[in-house]
Design a binder for this molecule. Structure first.
Ligand code: GLU
Length: 420
């Protein structure tokens, strides 16, 4: 079965429900609520790309800024057939909360193109990326909006965007995107950043729930860059990776899977389905397995009211953006399952983007140790603040994190005032 997201769920409306709950806790005034319930800018572009066959295909893409009260807009660009304006708006709003909860000086943005990158050649992808970058150039820039990789985009796409923007400016502008290759101004550890952050979150969640790391049973949905790096890092902590899955299917071994073996098998076969020495499972089954930590690291809307009652994990750490619906959240809360929400759990990606952007502006780069130390400091501080807030307010972690994030943004809006 393919890992599909549930298109009947309106992510933007879900985002508004979560925002309004936090706004209620904070007694936000109506004006601030209205501002944060809208996206500041929404750009829709349609543009032609000449295919290698000589045919022309017109693609539609988006770039959205949700809010920029705390700094330039920041957020990834995704290539997927599931991209829609409502989805991009919701993910841009999530970026506003993500940057705010960890206290890095960015607002929220997101972009995407409706396409199937697996059905395109590398040259076609380059043309699509360069043309999309040109179309959204009216919104991006190192002090306005800084894109980064997201689903199906990598350091290569970022290098093309940086080059396209730089050509148009007549000078090299590395700070226009993050997630670039190190040789053109990228940061060390940016590729592994999200997984490194999830590892820190697993450590914190284990402490909080009195669970030993040794033998901790972890199930990971999604075996892309985040899932793979997570499996390796958690295995190195002596956790037991009991199951993983990708878009084609999954593998289960109660005694633990060897990440290196998984990675090699995936490299050769393009999937982990059929891994020798493991029981073949469906994506849905993975979510419902008995385990200590479940990491949904694939796509949106995987945990819904349909499967939430069957989830047996003690803690869910959201590696993907928006994997859990509001209805599922309530069920998980009632079943005392702790959920560390996406915008906190996977924030290390954008934190290390910040560690790329600052040196890009100064042309002075950080070592791996400096990146790791600063990531630990920023994410550790945010986790402590959110856990303390959850305890003092007697609310779940998502609500506490939303309250912290919305409060930071509302304060910035209030201090800046309304122009003119
Ligand atoms: N796409 C990533 C995210 O959702 C990274 C965003 C960024 O670095 O700007 O957090």
């Amino acid at each position: 079965m393919e890992t599909m997201n549930d298109n009947t769920i309106d992510l933007w409306q879900e985002g508004l429900v979560r925002f309004n709950r936090a706004a209620d806790h904070l007694h936000l005034d109506d004006g601030t609520r209205q501002v944060l319930s809208h996206c500041k800018r929404e750009l829709i572009v349609s543009f032609p790309v000449k295919r290698q066959t000589g045919d022309v295909t017109v693609f539609t893409g988006y770039r959205v800024h949700h809010n920029v009260a705390r700094g330039p807009a920041k957020g990834g660009i995704r290539y997927s057939l599931n991209v829609s304006l409502e989805q991009i708006k919701a993910l841009a709003m999530l970026m506003t909360w993500k940057c705010a909860v960890v206290g890095i000086p960015f607002g929220g943005a997101k972009g995407g193109v409706i396409c199937d990158p697996k059905a395109m050649t590398i040259r076609e992808l380059e043309h699509l990326t360069r043309r999309y970058a040109t179309e959204i150039e009216i919104m991006i820039g190192p002090d306005r909006d800084i894109p980064a990789p997201d689903l199906a985009t990598t350091a290569q796409e970022m290098a093309w965007i940086m080059d396209t923007y730089s050509m148009h400016q007549g000078k090299v502008v590395p700070g226009v995107v993050t997630g670039k290759p190190v040789s053109v101004g990228g940061s060390r550890l940016r590729a592994e950043a999200s997984a490194l952050g999830i590892k820190l979150v697993v450590e914190q969640a284990a402490r909080q729930n009195n669970l030993a790391l040794e033998g901790l049973r972890v199930a990971i949905q999604g075996f892309g860059s985040v899932g793979m790096a997570c499996a390796k890092m958690l295995h190195a902590l002596d956790c037991k990776i009991v199951a993983v899955s990708d878009s084609k299917g999954g593998a289960l071994n109660k005694n633990g899977l060897d990440p290196q073996h998984l990675i090699e098998f995936k490299r050769n076969r393009g999937t982990i389905k059929g891994l020798p020495g493991a029981i073949e499972i469906e994506n849905d089954e993975l979510l419902e397995l008995p385990c200590d930590i479940l990491i949904p690291a694939a796509v949106e809307t995987q945990i819904t009211a349909r499967n939430a009652p069957k989830i047996k994990a003690k803690v869910i750490i959201e590696g993907a953006n928006a994997p859990t619906t509001c209805a599922a959240d309530k069920i998980l809360r009632d079943n005392s399952i702790m959920v560390i929400p996406d915008f906190l759990a996977n924030s290390a990606g954008v934190i290390v983007s910040y560690f790329e952007w600052v040196p890009d502006l100064q042309s002075f780069f950080w070592s791996e140790d400096e990146v790791t130390w600063n990531l630990r400091m920023i994410l550790g501080r945010a986790l402590d603040e959110v856990f303390a807030k959850a305890e003092s307010m007697r609310v779940d972690i998502r609500t506490a994190a939303m309250v912290v994030a919305v409060d930071h943004v509302a304060q910035a809006l209030d201090l800046r005032g309304i122009y003119p």
